[in-house]
Design a protein around this ligand. Structure first.
Ligand SMILES: Cc1cc2nc3c(=O)[nH]c(=O)nc-3n(C[C@H](O)[C@H](O)[C@H](O)COP(=O)(O)OP(=O)(O)OC[C@H]3O[C@@H](n4cnc5c(N)ncnc54)[C@H](O)[C@@H]3O)c2cc1C
Ligand SMILES: *[C@@H]1O[C@H](CO)[C@@H](O)[C@H](O)[C@H]1NC(C)=O
Ligand SMILES: *[C@@H]1O[C@H](CO)[C@@H](O)[C@H](O)[C@H]1NC(C)=O
Length: 582
């Protein structure tokens, strides 16, 4: 008990000192023998599962980007693109064969052109979201939608359907604000082996290209719609979770940028009242979300070590204490909202759209030095977790919540491992024309939970997380966010998108040789189940159907779900262990 308060003390103390953040490492690392490895920024792959590449190019202009694709086409190489961030959890950017070219957009980020008269901005594919937003705001304009995390590139974020939260206007998904794209695709020898095609707002092809997981071609420019600059006013209401299953609709309709964070073990829901206000409303606040602030490396490591120890001793109470402390701290500091840019002094917090829509201060290096980093930096022994994100039709979401409540009521403490992170983050996105976007107004729910460093070690209460996952994706037919999730979430995904066939047709037309596909992107886009190996269900590579897919030697057996009985989950059942030893 004392230990957690001690940790919290460190956290509070640490966050008031200026710290020197270590910027994330570049995702492509080459050693002397010219073998290069592509890493995911979380270490979801790269460190633990290799992604080797032979050839990497760093174009700086559109023409260099075109000639890189031409070179690949001429030499019959496959092509994958990665940004300077590489934040996507599925292995989409990893090439699967030796005869591949990896293109990094990390140096292709110099052009940001603002067209004030037409309220639009056109940016190079590798431009970072923060870089873009700052330019747009300088011109007195605002980008309306953005993911909550700013460490992403313009092309990478739209390619996976990244979103914030809104049912208003064009909605919370950034790709629905895209009004033009330039795409580089293979061409004939006489055309120079590759060409740039410009796709306009009325072009059918835009619906295929704006969310295309890097499998349609290489995006060189993205044009986004803007609005006159505005401010936002945010209040968090930490309250109880009664009737959240019906209140969510009214909440999404009432607040332009509202969301809800639900902590089931604490019976707590945090409603974010978040509305647009005019530029002359007083306030110079920022949203410096706690989870994306730089943490001292020592603290991140001790939090992880504590979590690991609680896991190995199956200490549910310890997790619940930690979850309660974390939630209390979030309430105290309003999740990282700062009225004057420095500290939280009271609601509402009002600030410019550019300072409130997205954050990621752990990416940068302020003045004085104390070593700190993003909490998940794979170079330290910091946080390592799964991120499940399911996108529901509005009509089904309430029933999903009711089922999760039933599961929670069996034993609320089983949810402490989720509440220790951000609980269930509920956001809103609007119907989209994008073939791989949402065809109807939807509700997105994210939940994060502990991931073991060792794939063969089961997790505390993993049966509960697995049951929720299978409920979401199979009972309620939710769609997986393309940039998150474990492999099983993608099973049958091609049948969940009514316009999937149109996407495939566009791909046949632009990329007839499948130059931009790999084993990894196929795994996601085709939603196929891989071979069922020992322990495959532990990492979400399969749904268990036999005990060996779990970990019988550690007491985890394949059992049915408690509320959704069709679910098959790995549950700790020591009694089955003694039986199996007989
Ligand atoms: C801490 C954190 C918080 C997050 N929060 C949110 C959130 O609030 N909402 C949300 O929706 N998502 C969120 N995400 C997910 C994130 O938005 C996506 O992973 C996003 O795709 C990452 O962008 P990137 O630039 O790193 O892309 P990468 O990972 O580099 O690439 C993503 C995909 O796009 C392709 N690609 C990249 N550049 C090009 C190009 N020029 N042409 C063609 N294809 C290209 C790649 O091949 C790959 O398939 C979060 C991620 C993190 C790490
Ligand atoms: C918070 O929500 C509760 C429950 O809906 C409500 O009764 C209360 O008035 C809200 N508080 C604020 C400050 O809006
Ligand atoms: C992972 O755990 C298993 C089982 O406890 C063990 O045999 C294996 O050596 C561990 N692997 C690593 C890389 O630590």
């Amino acid at each position: 008990m004392y230990y957690f308060w001690f940790l919290l003390g460190l956290l509070v103390w640490g966050s008031t000192l200026p710290v020197q953040a270590i910027p994330p490492r570049a995702p492509v690392q080459c050693d002397a023998s010219t073998i290069c490895t592509l890493y995911n920024s979380y270490g979801a792959w790269g460190d633990r599962k290799d992604c080797h590449v032979k050839t990497v190019k760093y174009p700086t202009t559109e023409e260099e980007l075109r000639s890189a694709v031409a070179y690949a086409n001429k030499n019959k190489l496959k092509v994958k693109v990665v940004s300077k961030f590489s934040h996507t959890i599925p292995k989409l950017a990893c090439p699967s064969t030796d005869d591949s070219l990896l293109i990094s957009t990390s140096k292709y980020d110099s052009q940001i052109e603002i067209d004030t008269a037409n309220l639009a901005v056109t940016a190079d594919a590798g431009v970072g979201l923060r870089q873009l937003i700052d330019k747009v705001e300088e011109a007195g304009l605002s980008l309306v939608a953005a993911p909550y995390w700013e460490g992403v590139s313009v092309a990478g974020l739209i390619s996976t359907g990244a979103h914030g939260s809104s049912w208003w206007g064009k909605g919370g998904a950034v790709h629905d604000h895209v009004i033009g794209l330039s795409l580089i695709v293979p061409a004939t020898e006489s055309e120079g082996f590759a060409k740039v095609i410009q796709i306009g707002p009325k072009d059918q092809l835009l619906n295929a290209a704006k969310v295309s997981l890097g499998t349609l071609g290489v995006i060189s420019k993205v044009k986004l719609a803007l609005e006159p600059g505005f401010k936002r006013s945010i209040t968090y209401n930490f309250t109880d979770d009664s009737l959240i299953e019906t209140k969510f609709i009214e909440h999404g309709k009432k607040y332009e940028f509202g969301d809800i964070a639900w902590y089931p073990s604490k019976h707590t829901a945090v409603y974010r009242y978040d509305s647009r206000v005019s530029m002359d409303t007083p306030g110079d606040g920022i949203n410096d979300f706690l989870g994306f602030q730089a943490n001292e490396i020592l603290i991140s490591e001790s939090v992880r070590a504590t979590e690991k120890a609680l896991e190995s001793t199956k200490n549910v109470n310890g997790k619940c204490t930690l979850a309660a402390t974390t939630l209390g701290y979030k309430k105290l500091i309003a999740n990282g909202l700062k009225n004057n840019g420095q500290i939280f002094t009271g609601y509402p917090v009002v600030g410019r759209q550019g300072k409130m829509q997205t954050s990621g201060s752990c990416l940068y290096s302020p003045a004085i030095r104390i070593d700190s980093s993003c909490a998940w930096d794979p170079r330290i022994k910091g946080l390592f977790f799964y991120e499940s994100t399911a996108i529901f039709s509005i009509t089904k979401f309430g029933d999903f919540i009711k089922d999760v409540k039933k599961l929670r009521d069996i034993n609320p403490d089983n949810f402490c491992g989720i509440d220790l992170y951000n609980g269930f983050l509920i956001r809103f996105i609007k119907a989209s024309q994008a073939y791989l976007g949402q065809s109807e107004d939807s509700v997105v729910v994210d939940f994060n939970y502990y991931r073991s460093d060792n794939a063969s070690i089961p997790r505390l209460n993993q049966d509960v997380m697995e049951e929720i996952e299978q409920m979401a994706f199979f009972k309620y037919g939710a769609k997986p966010h393309w940039a998150k999730n474990r492999n099983l979430a993608f099973l049958n995904v091609q049948n969940k998108y009514p316009n999937y066939g149109k996407f495939v047709a566009a791909k046949k037309q632009l990329d007839p040789q499948n130059m931009f596909s790999s084993e990894w992107s196929d795994q996601i886009l085709l939603g196929k189940e891989g071979p069922k190996s020992e322990g495959c269900a532990l990492e979400g590579l399969c749904i268990c159907s036999e005990d060996r897919h779990c970990s019988p030697s550690k007491g985890y057996f394949c059992k049915q779900g408690l509320v959704y009985t069709e679910a098959k989950v790995c549950r700790y059942s020591p009694s089955s262990l003694s039986q199996s030893l007989l």
